[in-house]
Ligand binder design. Structure first.
Ligand SMILES: [Mg+2]
Length: 363
């Protein structure tokens, strides 16, 4: 017998939470995380959860409002993520399926899938036809644009949390300073630790090739977003010139954008962001594209839901671990011996600490 589950409503709450370890990137500092917490309430009493990261506090209220407006369009509908995607995509095509619209729709999708998983009593990975299993993870919380003298302390702190891999932010004004920093980190952690670096789109094509060649012998797993993210022809030139693999993807707005990047041979690896690629639904489509292209696929932020999704990603590579939502979460993703261990409890791994949520409410 099939049982129809209907959406009663979605509730979106803005919070600004303190981060355990502030991060300095080439585009600026991040010390507090502005998040939109989304609950999908169903007529069966089951609730799904998801959160969005609005990047800047300035976007927090507009994003919360966008989720609310969008949610009203699907109140009373059956809880079917593919049908929700079809309806919302049609309603917003003329506005453009990007920016806040993209984030809001992805958040609704993630909360809807979570409600479905909880209604079936399954972890998300099992609902999607797989099973939770250990996934390789790197600690992405530190090694920002910081003084080289503080490297040893910071690197030890990051690895002590159970990781054998970490990401270094680069993009200082002088290329030589980046190189020295990478070498200082390597010296601090030893040869057995996996390191990758991230420019956060700081460079021009020529400069990316020059700096990439300087880093080519440093044993980095990848060089991330060296240039503007949507300059796929430029990315392809950089990827072609360097021996170190080039990683992009956190700014793919949907699987269509990823397909354009793959067609342009813009990169060696991809790392879509679940709140831009289109939530769980968009992730599944992107995962098929990566499989077809024979390209390793990693995750971006959103460690809890992303860990479940990597379990059903054919070319699963690395989980990017951050704990930015921890202040409002009732459970934590477990990290052990270099792996994240997504759990067997129903849903996507997200549950609220309601006392903390009230404390950090930004409304
Ligand atoms: Mg990045």
């Amino acid at each position: 017998m099939t049982e129809t589950i209907r959406i009663r409503r979605f509730v979106a709450r803005p919070v600004i939470v303190p981060m355990n370890l502030p991060l300095q990137t080439s585009t600026g500092a991040v010390a507090r995380a502005p998040l939109v917490l989304i609950d999908c309430e169903t007529d069966q009493g089951v609730r799904g959860h998801a959160y969005l990261f609005s990047i800047t506090p300035a976007a927090l209220k507009p994003l919360t409002a966008m989720v609310g407006e969008m949610a009203e369009m699907i109140a009373g509908d059956e809880l079917l993520p593919f049908e929700i995607e079809r309806k919302l995509t049609q309603r917003f095509t003329l506005l453009g399926l990007a920016g806040l619209q993209r984030l809001a729709q992805s958040g609704i999708d993630m909360a809807a899938w979570d409600a479905l998983a909880r209604a079936k009593g399954l972890p998300l990975a099992r609902l999607l036809g797989g099973a939770p299993k250990p996934v390789r993870a790197y600690n992405s919380k530190g090694l920002g644009i910081m003084p080289a003298g503080a490297v040893v302390d910071e690197a030890q702190k990051l690895l002590a949390e159970g990781f054998h891999a970490a990401k270094i932010r680069v993009g200082r004004p002088e290329a030589r300073d980046d190189l020295n920093f990478v070498r200082a980190v390597r010296k601090a952690v030893g040869d057995q630790v996996t390191l990758m670096c991230d420019y956060n789109q700081a460079l021009t094509v020529a400069e990316a090739i020059r700096r990439g060649e300087m880093l080519d012998d440093e044993g980095l797993l990848w060089i991330e977003e060296p240039i503007r993210h949507d300059n796929y022809a430029g990315c392809a030139r950089v990827a072609d010139a360097l021996r170190t693999p080039v990683q992009i993807g956190e700014n793919f707005d949907s699987a269509f954008a990823m397909q354009s990047a793959l067609s342009a041979e813009a990169c060696d690896f991809v790392m879509p962001d679940v709140q831009r690629i289109g939530g769980v639904t968009g992730w599944l489509r992107a995962a098929s594209l990566a499989q077809a292209a024979g390209i390793e696929m990693s995750t971006h932020l959103f460690s809890e839901v992303s860990a479940q999704l990597l379990c059903v990603t054919p070319t699963a590579h690395w989980l990017e671990y951050v704990d930015w939502a921890d202040a409002v979460l009732a459970t934590r993703l477990i990290i052990k011996d270099g792996f994240a261990l997504p759990g067997e409890e129903p849903g996507n791994g997200i549950a609220w600490d309601e006392v903390a949520v009230r404390k950090y409410l930004a409304a």
